[in-house]
Design a protein around this ligand. Structure first.
Ligand code: WTA
Length: 638
C-alpha cells in the first residue's frame, strides 16, 4: 500500500460521520435545513424503489438559494471572475448576477417558457451560460446543456429527445485562437424541428453570421427586459435539468435531476469537500457541458456565496503555462481539475508551475478518472508544495454530486495517493462480487450504492424502464454505477475504471455503442467495434475495428473519411486514435463483441488466462479470435 499523507486542513469531527451512519434520514434533513425553503417538507424521503423523492411537500428554488439569499448578505462580492481565452476579463458581483438572471428569466417568460419546458443550451464557457441555467431554475424550466464539442447530429438527437422549445447558442466560441461556429452547427441540428420555437443567440465573438426567422439576439432581449423576476416556488421533486450521457446503448441517456434533494447534496458536498471559506477563490476547470460544471460551477459555489474563476478557453493556450498564470493572477485558493489535464501539465515539466506564484493554493481537487499515484504525488508536491491536500472525488452524472472523497471541511484523515478515500457522510457505498456478496478487503469487485441519496437522478428522461434496467437490474436493491473498485483494510475505496462498455476519453464519457453506430452510419461500413486502450495522457483513447461492406476497398483515404465522419456524427471528442480494417469481428455465439479480447490484442497483452477474458466464449474460440485479430492488425500496419 502507498505511503500516507495527512490532510493539514479541517476540523476533526467524526461526530458527523457517526451521526450520518446512525440516522441518515435525519442527517440529510438537517443538511436541507441549511437552505431556504418557501414551504417545509412533510416527509424527508419517499422511497418507492428505485424511485426516490426527497423532501416531499417542500417548496424551494435553486436560483433563489444561489443568488437572492447571498445578495442579502454580500451583494457586492464577486460571484464570477471570468477570463476569456484572449485575456479579456469580466467581473460579475452577486447583485449583478441576480439582475442578469432575473432579466433573462423574464426574457424566457416573455417567449412563453413556463414550468417544465425544456431549454437546450449550446454555449461556450461564458457568463451567459451560467445566467441561462440559473434563469431556467428560477422559472422552473428544465435546462439541457450540450457540450460545445458535440456535432450537429449529436445535438439533433438530444434536442429531439428533449423536445426543447428554445435553444440558446452564440455566434461563436473561442478555442485555441480560432472561432468555433456554434450557430451554424445549431442551424444544421434543428433544421425542420418545428417544435423549436426560437433560437437565442449571444453575440459573443461578433462574428458575421446569418440569422433566420426563429433567431433572437440575447443583447436586445436583455436590454428590453425587467430587472426583477419573482422565483417560482417549486416542488422539491421538480426537474431541474436533463444531462445526456453515454451508456451502453447506441442512444445517449437523458439523466434527469430534481430540485430539493440535488440542492441539498450539492450545498453539503461543496462545503465539506472544498472546506469552503468566505475569502476563497475557487477555480474548476471543467466545462459546463459536463456534470462537474453543472454541480460545481453553475450551482455549488453560488450556494455558498463563493467567488469563482471561470475560464473560457483551452488550459494550455497560448502556452502550457496558461493554467498556472490564471491561478497566480487571480490568487486561486482551490483548484479542481482532471487527471488528464494534470498528466498533460506534468509532461511539460516543473519549470512552468515553478515560475508562477502558486502560493495562494490551499486545496487541490481532481475528478472524472482514476488518478495514478505518480500524478497524484506530482500534484501534491509540485503544485501544492506538499501543503495542500489532494481531494480525489468520485461521482457520476447520475449521482448528481460527489459520493466518495476526503472531506476536509469535516474531518482530518490520512490520504493515500490514488484512492478517493471514503464515502462522504450520509452516502452508503460498498464493493460486492457478481453474486452480491461483499468482497474481501483488497479484492476487486463492483462498486454499489446501497441506500438512496439526495442528489440521485430522478429517472431517465421519458424512460423509466431504461432507468430500472441500466442501474437497478444487476442487483435490484442497490444502485449499480458500472465501476470496478477495491475496498482496502481501512475502508478506503480505490477506483479501477469502468466495468461496462463506457469509455473515458480524456475524462469525457463516451459509450462504445454510440461510437459504433456512428461508424455504421457511413455508407461503406458494414460493422464496427471500438474499445478503449490506455494512454499516457488521455487515460484512454479509442481504437476502431471496421468491417467494410462487400466490394469496398480499404484505403488510407477511407480511414480519413471515416475519421471525419465520426467527428461529424458525434464530435471531435470521438476521433479514434487508430483504425483497423478487418474482415470480421470477434464475437461470442450470442453475437456480443469480445471487447476485452480486442483490448487485450491491441495492448499486446499475452493471451494468458483466456478463460476469464470473455464470459460467453469457449477457450478455443477466444484463442482463435485472438490469433485472427493479431494477424489482421499486423496486416493493417504493413
Ligand atoms: C469515472 C464525472 C476514478 C467513473 C463526474 C465514473 C472516476 C465516471 C472518478 C462518471 C474518480 C469519476 N476516480 N474514476 N475520482 N470520478 N470517475 O458521468 O468511471 O462524466 O463512473 O461524471 O467517471 O463520469 P461522468
Amino acid at each position: 500500500m502507498e505511503s500516507r499523507y495527512e490532510i493539514g486542513l479541517g476540523n476533526h469531527d467524526d461526530k458527523t460521520r457517526k451521526h450520518a451512519l446512525d440516522d441518515p434520514i435525519k442527517f440529510w434533513e438537517e443538511q436541507a435545513d441549511n437552505l431556504f425553503w418557501f414551504e417545509k417538507w412533510i416527509s424527508v424521503l419517499q422511497w418507492d424503489p428505485p424511485f426516490a423523492k426527497w423532501f416531499v411537500g417542500g417548496k424551494t428554488n435553486v436560483s433563489y438559494n444561489a443568488l437572492d439569499v447571498i445578495v442579502k448578505k454580500t451583494p457586492d462580492k464577486l460571484a464570477i471572475i471570468w477570463e476569456g481565452e484572449d485575456g479579456n476579463t469580466r467581473n460579475i458581483t452577486y447583485k449583478q448576477l441576480l439582475e442578469q438572471v432575473c432579466r433573462f428569466s423574464n426574457v424566457l417568460k416573455s417567449l412563453g417558457v413556463g414550468k417544465g419546458d425544456r431549454i437546450t443550451v449550446y454555449l461556450p464557457m461564458i457568463p451567459e451560460l451560467v445566467v441561462s441555467l440559473l434563469a431556467c431554475s428560477r422559472i422552473g424550466a428544465i435546462h439541457t446543456v450540450i457540450f460545445s464539442g458535440f456535432s450537429s447530429q449529436s445535438i439533433r438527437d438530444r434536442v429531439d429527445d428533449s423536445k426543447s422549445k428554445i435553444v440558446i447558442t452564440a455566434d461563436g466560441g473561442r478555442r485555441r485562437g480560432t472561432i468555433i461556429k456554434l450557430k451554424e452547427t445549431i442551424d444544421d441540428a434543428i433544421r425542420n424541428f418545428d417544435f423549436v420555437q426560437n433560437v437565442i443567440v449571444v453575440e459573443n465573438v461578433k462574428n458575421i453570421i446569418s440569422y433566420t426567422k426563429k433567431d433572437l439576439k440575447w443583447g436586445s432581449l436583455m436590454s428590453g427586459s425587467e430587472i426583477y423576476c419573482e422565483p417560482e416556488k417549486l416542488d422539491s421533486a421538480h426537474p431541474l435539468y436533463i444531462l445526456y450521457t453515454s451508456g451502453t446503448t447506441g442512444k445517449p441517456k437523458g439523466v434527469l435531476h430534481g430540485t430539493g434533494g440535488y440542492l441539498t447534496h450539492i450545498y453539503s458536498t461543496f462545503k465539506w469537500v472544498f472546506d469552503i471559506k468566505q475569502d476563497d477563490v475557487y477555480f474548476c476547470t471543467a466545462d459546463i457541458g459536463w456534470v462537474t460544471g453543472h454541480s460545481y460551477i453553475a450551482y455549488g459555489p453560488f450556494l455558498h456565496g463563493s467567488t469563482q474563476v471561470m475560464y473560457e478557453g483551452a488550459l494550455d493556450y497560448p502556452t502550457p503555462e496558461r493554467i498556472w498564470q490564471i491561478v497566480s493572477k487571480h490568487r486561486v485558493t482551490i483548484l479542481y481539475t482532471t487527471p488528464t489535464a494534470l498528466r498533460m501539465f506534468m509532461k511539460y515539466g516543473n519549470d512552468l508551475p515553478n515560475s508562477n506564484d502558486l502560493s495562494s493554493l490551499r486545496l487541490l481537487g481532481t475528478v472524472g478518472e482514476p488518478i495514478n499515484p505518480e500524478v497524484w504525488k506530482w500534484y501534491f508536491e509540485i503544485i501544492g508544495k506538499s501543503k495542500c491536500p489532494i481531494i480525489d472525488t468520485w461521482w457520476q452524472t447520475e449521482t448528481g454530486g460527489i459520493m466518495i472523497s476526503p472531506v476536509p471541511g469535516l474531518e482530518t484523515i490520512p490520504l493515500k495517493p490514488g484512492s478517493a478515500t471514503r464515502p462522504i457522510p450520509g452516502i452508503s457505498i460498498d464493493v460486492i462480487d457478481e453474486n452480491g456478496k461483499r468482497t474481501r478487503d483488497g479484492s476487486k469487485g463492483y462498486l454499489v450504492v446501497t441506500q438512496p441519496w439526495p442528489g440521485m437522478l430522478l429517472t431517465l428522461w421519458n424512460d423509466d424502464e431504461k432507468y430500472k434496467s441500466v442501474y437497478w437490474s444487476k442487483y435490484h436493491t442497490m444502485y449499480y454505477p458500472g465501476d470496478f473498485a477495491i475496498r482496502d483494510e481501512d475502508g478506503y475505496i480505490w477506483m479501477l475504471g469502468r466495468a461496462d462498455d463506457v469509455l473515458k476519453i480524456a475524462g469525457h464519457r463516451l459509450g462504445t455503442a454510440e461510437l459504433e453506430s456512428g461508424f455504421v452510419s457511413h455508407k461503406s461500413v458494414a460493422e464496427a467495434a471500438v474499445c478503449g486502450i490506455p494512454h499516457q495522457i488521455k487515460g484512454e483513447v479509442i481504437l476502431a475495428f471496421i468491417v467494410l461492406k462487400e466490394g469496398v476497398e480499404p484505403s488510407s483515404e477511407l480511414k480519413e473519411e471515416l475519421t471525419n465522419h465520426i467527428r461529424k456524427t458525434i464530435g471531435s471528442i470521438a476521433t479514434p486514435d487508430r483504425m483497423y480494417f478487418v474482415s470480421k469481428l470477434p464475437k461470442t455465439r450470442s453475437g456480443k463483441i469480445m471487447r476485452r479480447l480486442l483490448k487485450a490484442v491491441s495492448t499486446n497483452e499475452k493471451i494468458g488466462d483466456v478463460s476469464t477474458l470473455e464470459d460467453e466464449a469457449t477457450v478455443d474460440e477466444i484463442k482463435f479470435a485472438f490469433a485472427y485479430m493479431q494477424q489482421s492488425m499486423e496486416n493493417n500496419t504493413r
